[in-house]
Design a protein around this ligand. Structure first.
Ligand SMILES: Cc1cc2nc3c(=O)[nH]c(=O)nc-3n(C[C@H](O)[C@H](O)[C@H](O)COP(=O)(O)OP(=O)(O)OC[C@H]3O[C@@H](n4cnc5c(N)ncnc54)[C@H](O)[C@@H]3O)c2cc1C
Length: 426
């Protein structure tokens, strides 16, 4: 098993932008070159704004090239919970944004001719316990009644039409979701932003931000610049540069393995409709096919990726793949890698303005579509000065309970254990 991001073997990531000089002054400096930052840069450049993307590593290096490519409707938190916390009206608006976000990805892929295999193959949630399936039944009625939205049940007897295993107690399908190759998509976004006139600077970690009378002074590892505005798009890799954001975001690891290429017939058996599949556990697994490989992910370790967590997760996921699909017991797993998710304490995305800087983050492992969407729409709000009207800006961004977090997640081992206990007892 190689420790390498499989997706990166399928694409030429954008040319080396580490030599592009950091400009002396710009209208907007975007910090972070993933879906959020690059889709913001794309729209800003198209509107004639002078914009630079400052990326600490290479464009797309973060979660945007490492994820499962599941381009999903909804948010991490269930609509029922969002209604309870924020009311029916706002929940409806946020859900509509999530549908628009999948449309936006599709539109960008078409307009910018990004070859990333975008396909509306839908998603399948599988029930690990009978009570999950009971909840699915309520979900079908709830979505139809409250939102006029159709999702449908897959009873246990029919589960083989959807997935080549009998370990689940049924499923729920949403046909609007899509799948894509995440690295090809982020590489395409970077290309599109550059063609539109954005300046892309890789290996240009922003190390210091100073507020000036008008705008900001930013130091990077490759020189300094001034910017009228800043858009922070650093997700799970948010460091001490913007301490107030770092204290509200918990970085959590997620890990993926990719099998060798499977024979056509076996691949079809595993996922006859090529769905984006995930389960109902707190320690969840998510999986899908790409080019006849099974891409199988999970929150196998809670700490972000490093050589040890990746190696350990590879072994755990290898065992889990066989639990789900016993027919894969002799199949080679060729790749394993990890990436970092950005969790806010309410598990909701957060956008807004902080000390004059704009931000969008907190996708909690559900950011392919919504990150792309918030990059674009928050950039638009920067231009029209109406960020406070944005649906995702209309609820509070909570800090840690009792203020017990300074950006170093000391509680992750306990959180990991707690999730295991919840999976066991719930
Ligand atoms: C293993 C894994 C699987 C996932 N699967 C899915 C999935 O199937 N579907 C889904 O919807 N979501 C998924 N996600 C989540 C999704 O990938 C993210 O929500 C999304 O990519 C976030 O995009 P972003 O642009 O906000 O952040 P990122 O792509 O993480 O980019 C942030 C960038 O900021 C840079 N940065 C940080 N600090 C600085 C600094 N000081 N100066 C300059 N640059 C800086 C980092 O180098 C990084 O490249 C997954 C995530 C992981 C890790």
């Amino acid at each position: 098993m190689k420790q390498e991001v499989y997706w990166n073997t399928t694409v030429n990531m954008p040319g080396d932008t580490s030599l592009t000089p950091v400009p002396e002054s710009v209208d907007v400096a975007v910090i972070g070159g993933g879906y959020t930052g690059l889709s913001a840069a794309l729209i800003l450049a198209k509107r004639g704004v002078k914009v630079v993307v400052l990326e600490a590593e290479t464009m797309g290096w973060g979660a945007s090239s490492r994820n499962g490519g599941m381009t999903l409707t909804g948010l991490k938190v269930s609509l029922q919970t969002i209604i309870k916390n924020h009311g029916q009206g706002l929940a409806g608006e946020l859900f509509q944004c999530s549908l628009d976000s999948v449309e936006l990805v599709e539109q960008i892929v078409k307009e910018e001719a990004i070859d990333c295999g975008f396909a509306r193959t839908g998603h399948l949630v599988v029930a690990n316990k009978p009570k999950h399936f009971e909840a699915f039944k309520e979900e079908v009625d709830f979505m139809a009644k409250e939102f006029g939205y159709k999702v449908y049940l897959v009873p246990p007897k029919e589960i083989r039409n959807e997935i080549g295993t009998d370990i689940y107690y049924g499923g729920l399908v949403d046909e609007v979701s899509a799948g894509l190759n995440p690295a090809q998509f982020v590489a395409g976004l970077a290309g599109a932003a550059e063609r539109a006139g954005a300046i892309l600077c890789a290996k240009a970690r922003a190390t210091k931000i100073e507020r000036k009378e008008k705008g900001f002074f930013i130091e990077t590892e490759r020189g300094s610049l001034t910017a009228e505005s800043i858009f922070v798009a650093t997700a799970g890799y948010t460091g001490s540069l913007v301490k107030k954001l770092q204290k509200k975001i918990v970085p959590i690891g997620s890990f993926i393995i990719a099998t060798e290429k499977l024979p056509d017939e076996l691949a079809r058996e595993l996922s006859p409709k090529n769905r984006m599949i995930f389960d109902c556990m707190h320690y969840l697994n998510y999986f899908r096919l790409w080019d006849n490989r099974l891409i199988f992910g999970g929150r196998a370790a809670f700490f972000p990726e490093n050589e040890n967590t990746v190696a350990k997760s590879g072994e755990i996921l290898r065992r889990e793949i066989i639990q789900v699909y016993p027919q894969l017991k002799d199949v080679n797993v060729e790749y394993v890698w990890g990436g970092t998710l950005d969790f806010a304490f309410d598990m909701m995305p957060h956008v807004g303005e902080l000390d004059g800087m704009y931000y969008a983050l907190g996708y909690a492992g559900h950011g392919v579509a919504i990150g792309t969407y918030l990059g674009k729409t928050i950039a638009e709000s920067m231009l029209d000065g109406r960020i406070q009207e944005h649906p995702f800006a209309r609820y509070d961004f909570p800090g840690a309970p009792l203020g017990l977090y300074d950006g170093h997640p000391w509680f992750l081992p306990f959180a990991g254990m707690w999730h295991k206990i919840l999976d066991w007892v719930e």
